[in-house]
Design a protein. Structure first.
Length: 76
């Protein structure tokens, strides 16, 4: 989640597929998105989207502050 405005949240995609040709891809620490196998995941910050708050089912985890600074720099 990048920002909240009323009942809408701006988010970026988390994927397990690394695409080095895309700008704004940030690797996440293994297991940081609730994957019990500890597989690598990546944030694709180049295409943020807005979704309703009600679409969220659960909280996945907390982002490391250093990683969060990277995300804010690329999306801000």
């Amino acid at each position: 989640m990048l920002s909240v405005h009323r009942r809408r949240i701006t988010v970026v995609k988390i994927t397990s597929r690394y695409r080095d040709e895309r700008a704004g891809v940030i690797p996440l620490p293994p297991g940081s998105v609730g994957d019990t196998r500890g597989r690598a995941s990546f944030l694709e910050t180049d295409e943020p989207c807005v979704v309703p708050v009600g679409d969220f089912r659960r909280r996945v985890g907390v982002v490391d502050p250093v990683l969060w600074d990277q995300v804010r720099h690329l999306t801000g």
